[in-house]
Design a protein around this ligand. Sequence first.
Ligand code: AMP
Ligand code: MG
Length: 426
Amino acid sequence: MISVEEALEKIIIYVNILEEEPVPILDTLGQVLAEDISSSIDIPPLDNAAMDGYAIQAGDTASASRDSPSYLHVIDTVVAGAISEWEVRPGTATRIMTGAPVPKGADSVVRFEDTDETQREKSTNNEIGILCTIKTGTNIRRAGEDVTRESLVLKKGTVIRPAEVGVLASLGKSQVKVIRRPVVAILATGNELVEIDQPLPAGKIYNSNTYSVAALVQRYGGIPKLLGIALDSEASLIAGLRQGLDADMLITSGGVSAGDYDIVKDILAKEGKISFWTVRMKPGKPLAFGTIKGTDKKGATRNLPHLGLPGNPVSSMVTFELFARPAIHKMMGKKSLAKPMVEAIIEDPVINTDERRVYTRAIVTRRGDKYYARLTGPQGSGILTSMSLANGLVVVPEDRTEIKAGETAQVIMLDWNGEFYNLAAG
Ligand code: AMP
Ligand code: MG
């Protein structure tokens, strides 16, 4: 039995970063940029108004006040997207809307609120009163203040978030090169399993692992390929596995414990190479990892990483978070593979009788400047609703037999969703 760290290392060493491909920017969320992005333009392209108002020369406002406004002759109106042909000279002003280029000659924009605009009949005059003194440069956004032409804006290796999608759009890039998303083939195993759109005969259960695992693959940026259910027979398993040989990673669930029908690890040994089986952890001890002979897109043979997750629904999700997620992230070119952790005050005692590392489902809340974790209830590895209630996993080290209430422990955060906390607190 190897440690969690050893198991992760064996998996991570095995998986490779995938190729890059051009992708429309809106489809790149969460992917890693595979090229440096520099700008061919200034953003904004020209000096422009930060407020609706009047483009003027600041010198004309030297003696302006509410009691004694400075009156300027209005020569033009300019809206965003247009360019005024009139030069602003001393004693004149051009009415200007936010985002419109500042006309030649003007050195500042005085906002409507600092003029007598609202007190006037706009249609019957061409004069504006300025009610205060303003400094040169007021309310002007300078050309290139966001991005300057030729500058490096996004570095290769950046993980794309909505802000990066926006920045790319502002540069006029409709597609960029990113590391492609891995295709993860998912095969459930077990004679007891029934597909979720079928009636449930006596003694059977619905196949939930395929769906929780596929949802995790999606959440972490991969593309799930559902291979359905294999029976606990060699022929059925091999037939199932063969459907997934063109994927980047193969995940099976079930069939890895020590029972009579647990043949995934035997197949793994026969059809490929087993790297390890069983990890010093709970839930998730009977985790298997190895490689299976697969084919790439061109039909050439290659070794496909195969993660054999335990069948218990909680175990398969927890082992996915700990091992499949980092593998997917490495394939996607990400550098940071671990989930965020917090130190929390434990509110319910946690017992560890197995000398394994225990991951306990918990509800983490923040009160004041501290995090607190209480258990979701019964911790059986078949109680999938405990994952639904949890937003964190309390980590109990192998050498600790107990964490008492009031002591602190490390907690892996599965979610930071604010709505979740409302439910948890209720
Ligand atoms: P196994 O590892 O195959 O011995 O399975 C352990 C437990 O997980 C058994 O109770 C199985 O019925 C259950 N299980 C296995 N696969 C699934 C699945 N795809 N969906 C729900 N439960 C499963
Ligand atoms: Mg089984």
